[in-house]
Each structure stands twice: as structure tokens, then as C-alpha cells.
Write a protein that binds this ligand. Sequence first.
Ligand code: GLU
Length: 304
Amino acid sequence: MPDFKKILNTLYEETKQLSDTGKVATYIPELASISPNKFGICLLDIEKESYQVGNFDECFSVQSISKVLTLAMAMGIVGEKVWDRVDVEPSGDPFNHLSLLEQENGIPRNPLINAGAIVIADILVSELKDPKKEFLDFVHKISGDSTIRYDEKVAQSEKATGFKNYAAANLLKSYGNLKNDVIEVLDFYFYQCSLSMSCAQLCHTFYLFINRGRCMQNLEFLTVSQVKRINALMLTCGFYDEAGEFAFEVGLPGKSGVGGGIVALLPKRFCVTVWSPGLNLKGNSSRGMAALERLTTLSDLSIF
Ligand code: GLU
């Protein structure tokens, strides 16, 4: 293994200096108040050794990173039936774009864009008695950390302003690809996005994606094949309409969120989380992408 401690310190100092670190998301009002200077990194290797720097222990809004976790939970429950209702192609469009949904008769391009994640939320609402509680229990189990919580304020803020998500859910409903009530499904969706987690907690949670479906406690949650598929989706669809650029610059599967977090991983080697709230024009953490580019360059580790 490379000297991750040294590499993280080097890249942290380098990328802390960057002059253009993007803009904090404001379309969810509650996210607008976060300081753009927050910057943390945690890396957890397959041997469970971890390395940290900066604000790695401070909780932030994971937003779309939660889409990987709801997908994992849904695949664990209904298996490959998920693919009857959502496709596995990159969209090349922003996360909340609606035009493709119309062109493709209500089948979202993939489960990591909003429309796809809303279909996954609908599956969980159908399958679970108390989806909010059971999803949080699932996150507690895979992370081994029962302190993880939803951020009520963020959930309510998005509920009051998430008009595009109401539009997407209604469109899905009109095509027959939403079985439950729009408001009920979106209530769950807004809560999943409001999960509040630190870089360290996200690394613990995503360990199962580097460990062939087994969590930190060695319990099996997904099959090897399911993990491979989810990792493939993270590579091709994990960064809005910038998945190509992320593969080009960084070369790892991963998922970003508009809270400024990015989780990326190299199967069987390590997972890493970076948090820096300033976003680039495509909605990905600006400094986060730069830091991960330095990580794969300095360590000479990527899937390529
Ligand atoms: N909750 C956000 C939304 O649906 C998620 C955005 C994101 O992180 O991509 O707009």
C-alpha cells in the first residue's frame, strides 16, 4: 500500500490553496448557510486502517450520495427486479433534468439521477412498513454506527422548495412508474437526501462496496455481482453530467452530492470521502474533484 498518510497531507495542503473552489448550493435554502471553507478527507483501506485530515469528523448533508444506499437496500430486497423500472445508462444531463424522462416513457436513465432515485424510493415505500426508520436502520447496520441521523431542517427545507422533484415524481406517476402517492414517496426521498454524515462515517458505510458486499463487521448485505453492478453505475452515472470528466481525471467509481461530499473507491483496496461544499458548474465539489485527482496521481492507484 502507498503511504496514504503522507499523500493525504500533501494533497490537502495543495488543494487547500486553490483559488477557485466553486459555489455552495443555494437551491435548497438550508444548505446555503454552510461555510465554503470546510474541507475534510477520510480514507479507509481494505485492512480497516484509516487516514484523516481537516474537517473529516464533521457531519454534512450527504444529499445524492444517499442514492447509492437506497439502491443497495432495494437490490437487497427485490434483487434484479429493480431494472424493470429503471435503466443503467448515463444521462449526460443534469441530475434533475426531465426531458429524457418524457422521451423514454417514464423509465429513468439510471438510479443515481433524481428521477431514478425517486423510483427506487417508491420501491422501498412499497416494500417497507416504515421506510424512513428502516432505511436509517439499514445505514446504521452497514456502517456499524447508530449515531447517524437525518437532518430535519434540511429535509423540511427541501420539502418546501423541491419543485423539480415534485415535477419528476408526477411525470413518473403519469407514466405508471410510481406506485405510491407522490407526496409519500417524496417525503421519504427528501429524508434520505437529508442524511447527515461525516467523511469518516461515509467511509465506514461504503466499506461494503470495496469488500465484495460485506460490511465492516463482515456481515453480507449484497452479493458480489450486485456490488460490481453498483460500482459500475457509480463509475458511469455517479457525477451528474460530469461522470466522463471524473473517470478521465480521477479514474474511480464514486458518487457526489450537492452538499459538497464525494465518496470514491477502488474495489478491494480503499474508499475515500472528501467534503468541500463549493460546487463547480456541474454540481460536483470543486476542491473534492481536485483532491481526488491528486490522490490517484500521487498513489498511482485507479481502476485504470
Ligand atoms: N436532494 C437533492 C435534490 O433532489 C439532491 C441533489 C443532489 O445531491 O444531487 O435536488
